[in-house]
Design a protein. Structure first.
Length: 462
């Protein structure tokens, strides 16, 4: 569904309306509604008295949201406002399932199997996403050659909706061993503020959100830039995005070893320095081979950034606070994405969406990314613990590859060893801090070289 449907929504808006600004914003504005819905998910679960029912409702709504898009593609008519409304419903259903799904799946998969299960699940998901995206590009290219590009979009949306219905069917066949319990509590602003009151939490979240804002100044507009100003075909478009996505998958084991040797903080610094100039480098040449190489470099850098980010996220934030912090981060992240895309949209509008306008957007994004790196200077160092990290892809983006979110049920699993292809990662430390109070100077322990050598983090998935 993600590969064949959601990913091509910006291209569909561009083909339907020829509105470059709307094509970019349709990938960001609706996401805020999905993030906000997570805050009311606990209430909905309580009313339904089931994680499973809420997840199934959201999955059905997601599938149904493709129906009006398919009708619009067949008729060639739909207002921009209505497209945004449908996309908002889609994202609300997509992201609204996250808290309930994480709580539900933890009761389905035995703790001793979670590490291997979620690592393999991630691999299967990567294959499915990539296959769907390639299939979509081939169908759109065929539709363009036949002079029926909108009909091709209609077929894509039918396939995506059907795929989600199949997904819902198999979700419905799963049991629900335990009813909703205390872990899925309402997440209030007071709980969020309380959870990020420590310096380490705040600095990390501020850096991540600042980086997201900077990235999305340009991120949503690469699709329109590739089609309108570079004149790429759908096949070339697919090839470029696949290059970034495949690079993330291929480079992950190497990056795991690099993080083991250098530490997650240094990997985050290095990846940030590579990611920062990428938007401006798109202006250097239109040659396809150059763009392909740039995408491979970008994909590898984003893989390193996300791996280091997850490791620092897990090491900095105690286990009991992760659900609250992750939910708060998702909401704040959606707001940062929206603000960044609106800033980029203002620049595009000011320069009438010309090629010069895209140059201004890409350079502004580059400068903002470098500025965000300054927040890493005082990033704290905390003790590394053995943690398996499983993720799931929630979206596919032009220069980023996939957008990953951690599977909370896959954290802190006590499996029987690392999962297949899982890189072993160590986070360097100058100060060892007690795990029971990871942010308090009074809890500093004596350094033990042998303990430090054996302290490491497992990273599994994309």
């Amino acid at each position: 569904m993600v590969g064949v449907g959601e990913t091509y929504l910006p291209a569909f808006v561009l083909a339907l309306t020829a509105n470059q600004l709307a094509s970019g914003l349709v990938a960001t504005v609706p996401m805020l509604w999905g993030a906000l819905l997570q805050l009311v998910t606990p209430l909905a679960v309580r009313r339904l008295r089931s994680y499973r029912r809420w997840v199934l409702v959201c999955a059905a709504v997601q599938a149904a949201s493709f129906v009006p898009l398919a009708v619009a593609a067949l008729t060639g008519r739909m207002s921009v406002l209505l497209v945004f409304t449908v996309a908002s419903v889609y994202w609300a259903a997509a992201l609204g399932t996250a808290p309930a799904w994480n709580a539900w799946v933890e009761t389905l998969v035995p703790q001793g199997l979670r590490a291997r299960f979620f690592a393999r699940r991630t691999r299967v998901s990567q294959v499915g996403l990539l296959a769907g995206f390639v299939l979509g590009g081939l169908l759109l290219q065929a539709g363009t050659r036949l002079g029926q590009p909108l009909n091709a979009f209609a077929l894509l949306f039918v396939i995506a909706g059907t795929a989600r219905l199949v997904s819902a069917h198999y979700l419905g066949r799963q049991r629900e061993p335990l009813p909703p319990g205390p872990p899925l509590e309402p997440i209030t602003p007071g709980r969020i503020v309380s959870s990020v009151r420590h310096d380490a939490d705040g600095r990390l979240l501020l850096f991540l959100l600042s980086t997201q804002l900077a990235v999305w100044v340009a991120g949503p507009y690469f699709t329109a830039y590739m089609f309108v100003h570079l004149g790429l075909s759908y096949v070339s478009y697919v090839a470029l995005i696949c290059a970034a996505y495949v690079a993330k998958i291929v480079f992950l084991p190497v990056l795991g070893r690099a993080a083991q040797q250098w530490g997650a903080r240094r990997v985050l610094w290095a990846s940030g320095l590579i990611i920062a100039p990428v938007p401006a480098l798109w202006l250097a040449s239109d040659h396809f081979v150059y763009l392909l190489v740039l995408q491979v470099i970008s994909g590898g850098a984003w893989a390193a950034y996300e791996l280091a980010m997850l490791l620092l996220f897990l090491d900095t934030i105690p286990r009991q606070k992760r659900v609250v912090i992750l939910t708060a981060y998702n909401v704040a992240n959606a707001a940062a994405v929206l603000c960044g895309s609106l800033l980029g949209g203002m620049l595009l509008t000011a320069f009438a969406s010309t090629r010069l306008a895209y140059g201004a957007v890409f350079v502004a994004s580059m400068l903002a990314r470098f500025a965000a790196l300054g927040l890493l200077v005082r990033m704290p160092r905390v003790v590394a613990r053995r943690v398996p990290v499983a993720t799931r892809a929630v979206a596919l983006q032009p220069t980023v590859g996939s957008i990953e979110r951690p599977v909370l049920a896959g954290l802190d699993s006590q499996g029987d060893g690392p999962a297949p292809h899982a890189p072993m990662v160590a986070v360097e430390r100058e100060v060892a801090v007690a795990e029971s109070s990871p942010l308090r100077p009074s809890a500093v322990k004596d350094r033990n070289p042998r303990l430090e050598q054996s302290s490491h983090v497992e990273a599994q998935g994309a």
